[in-house]
Design a protein. Structure first.
Length: 320
């Protein structure tokens, strides 16, 4: 007995399972017992199960429809959309297994940055607002400050085999960089000991509905409405890839109680490219399956009760 009690108290999941089982037994069982006293045990169980699966059908429909809403409405949810790592490439992308990745003509980031800053020195205060000496500035920082640089310095998708150079403020860049951090960090491939051991240089993406239906420069409200309609009516989901490129920084010691030194790229280290694909997830799938299974069982039980009532009616008619 002590061993059983110790087992129950050892794993909280067991207590949760037992609590759920007791709750179902008391709530559903008490209703079944009450109805069975008036209709008989078999009919009582059929009525209770029919009501239960009818309620689950309604709940499944609500979970299916409102899966993107808060948990109070969404209920059961599957896996949300996320970036999934396809491969990690060290050095030249020409060796990457993905054909689209091999086609990307990666620009020399720091050389291009130096050229742009030499031509447009007025951009330096915009990308280095805190005047940090030796701060590593990337193409994404400059494009974020002035999107017109894409056309001026041949960084548009037509120049990059269809790939888009994402600015630093792009939400996709942040999400993909977080996945790359996990993949390269100590919990993943252990390439780096921490996120401070490297710096994200460039992030490129290709494909997806948004890229298939891009917005024009300075889009109006109608342009956005048109894009939303076009993406909504497109049934297929084009493959959406993203590449996060990082490079190691030179190890520097932080003085006791001092400010951490400014990271500096280590030119002797290769650029590491994390290639990812967008997985749309299955947020609505659990609610959909709950609805389908519950509806099927509800209809079967309703049909069973209906045939039982017809049989009773025939027997009563024959008896009279």
């Amino acid at each position: 007995m002590n061993a059983v009690l110790a087992l129950v108290s050892w794993d909280p999941a067991i207590r949760n399972i037992l609590a759920l089982a007791v709750g179902i037994l008391i709530l559903v069982g008490s209703v079944a017992l009450l109805i069975s006293t008036n209709t008989g045990p078999r009919t009582g169980v059929l009525i209770v199960l029919t009501a239960l699966f009818g309620w689950m059908t309604i709940m499944g429909l609500i979970w299916w429809m409102y899966s993107g809403s808060p948990a109070s409405l969404g209920g059961m949810k599957g896996t949300p959309a996320h970036w999934r790592v396809v491969n990690v490439n060290v050095g030249d992308l020409k060796q990457d297994p993905l054909d689209k990745a091999r086609q990307l003509p990666v620009p020399d980031d720091q050389a291009k940055v130096a050229q742009i800053l030499a031509d447009h020195p007025e951009l330096l205060p915009k990308v280095n607002t805190d005047n940090t000496p030796g701060k590593v500035i990337t193409l994404g920082d400059l494009v974020d400050a002035d999107p017109a640089l894409l056309a001026q310095y041949h960084l548009q998708p037509s120049d990059l085999a269809g790939w888009h150079l994402l600015p630093t403020s792009d939400k996709q860049r942040g999400d993909a960089s977080a996945v790359a951090d996990a993949e390269l960090g100590p919990d993943g491939l252990k390439v780096f000991s921490s996120a401070s051991a490297y710096k994200v240089i460039n992030v490129f993406d290709i494909g997806g509905k948004e890229n298939e239906h891009p917005l024009p420069p300075n889009p109006s409200m109608w342009d956005r409405v048109k894009q939303n309609v076009e993406t909504a009516i497109e049934i297929s989901h084009p493959e959406h890839y993203i590449i996060v490129q990082v490079q190691a920084v030179i190890p520097q010691e932080t003085p006791p109680g001092g400010k951490p030194p400014t990271p500096k790229l280590d030119p002797t280290q290769p650029i590491i490219s994390v290639v990812m694909i967008r997985s749309l997830g299955d947020v609505r799938f659990p609610g959909f399956m709950t609805f389908i299974v519950s509806l099927t069982l509800f209809l079967i039980l309703c049909n069973t009760l209906h045939r039982r009532d017809k049989l009773i009616a025939r027997n009563r008619a024959a008896a009279t």
